[in-house]
Write a protein that binds this ligand. Structure first.
Ligand SMILES: C[S@@+](CC[C@H](N)C(=O)[O-])C[C@H]1O[C@@H](n2cnc3c(N)ncnc32)[C@H](O)[C@@H]1O
Length: 268
């Protein structure tokens, strides 16, 4: 594992995504509560992911994290594979599925070098993962490679022009007296794992140009709207205060396209 990828691994192996904020226990009740907090905060996941459509399809999830979405695929009756760069995420997801009597083929693995033959899957799903990997274009090429012709990818990666990005820029560039820092610098250093990237819609279209059909939309997230604990790295009194005065209605009305999440539906 190269140096950059090891940093990504070490960041997410300390705590899987949402673990500190939403997982109280690693038992059935704890995982159920985490999933319910997840889908309350991010209802668009259920809409976008269409878990119910995967019965008897070969599905690969890349970057399973705590495994809530993986559980949905398993419950829907997919023939299921899941990988994550970290041992911790694989352990959580195994524990979670076994608590519910569900099964999947789970292994530690790398999105940039998938250990599957060409044309293995009807669907590849990855929520909030590929922008963390150092070579995102390589990971997307791997998604294309392992999909069967006509197979579908459902991928969420970060959108550059987002309220979350602007807030972080004010906090770390402007108030940090380094206004020359770009949004790219800010995402790479202050959002989550080191080297995290975010893309414009045009850049995402280029990344997915090998696919035959590509639909992209952005969504305002609970982070953009300060509706939740904003993330494992961001806590404190200033943020707590901002949450009380945040103009959510104005953002929803006038800046609906400035959300952090970019939802990409692509067909091979
Ligand atoms: C923000 S979390 C998202 C997890 C989960 N999909 C979710 O929505 O909660 C990012 C996950 O991507 C994983 N990850 C990062 N780079 C990866 C890579 N190259 N291959 C596989 N997984 C990777 C991390 O280990 C981490 O579990």
């Amino acid at each position: 594992m190269n140096h950059n990828k090891k940093d990504v691994h070490d960041f997410w192996n300390q705590a899987s995504c949402g673990e500190e904020l939403y997982l109280s226990d690693t038992d059935k009740a704890g995982y159920t509560a985490q999933a319910s907090a997840r889908y309350d905060l991010e209802p668009y996941i259920l809409d976008f992911s269409r878990f119910e459509d995967v019965r008897e399809l070969n599905v690969l999830e890349i970057g399973v994290g705590l495994g809530a979405d993986h559980q949905q695929f398993a419950e829907a009756g997919a023939d299921l594979w899941g990988i994550d760069l970290t041992e911790r995420a694989i352990e959580h997801t195994r524990k979670r599925l076994s608590a519910f009597g569900l099964t999947s083929n789970l292994e530690v693995g790398d999105a940039e070098n998938l250990d599957f033959p060409d044309e293995s899957f009807d669907r590849v799903y990855s929520w909030g993962v590929l922008h963390h990997s150092p070579d995102t274009p390589k990971a997307i090429a791997e998604v294309w490679r392992v999909l069967k012709p006509g197979g579908g990818a459902k991928i969420m990666i970060y959108h550059k022009w987002s309220m979350v990005g602007y807030m972080l820029w004010v906090r770390y560039a402007l108030l940090g007296l380094r206004p020359w820092l770009s949004l790219t610098d800010i995402y790479a250093h202050y959002l989550e794992s080191p080297g995290t990237k975010a893309y414009s819609v045009a850049e995402a279209r280029r990344l997915f140009s090998a696919f035959s059909e590509v639909q992209i939309r952005t969504v305002l997230t609970h982070g953009d709207l300060l509706e939740s604990g904003a993330g494992q790295r961001h806590q404190g009194p200033v943020l707590a205060f901002a949450r009380t005065i945040w103009p959510r209605r104005i953002i929803r009305q006038f800046l609906p396209n400035q959300g952090l999440f970019m939802l990409i539906d692509a067909r091979k």
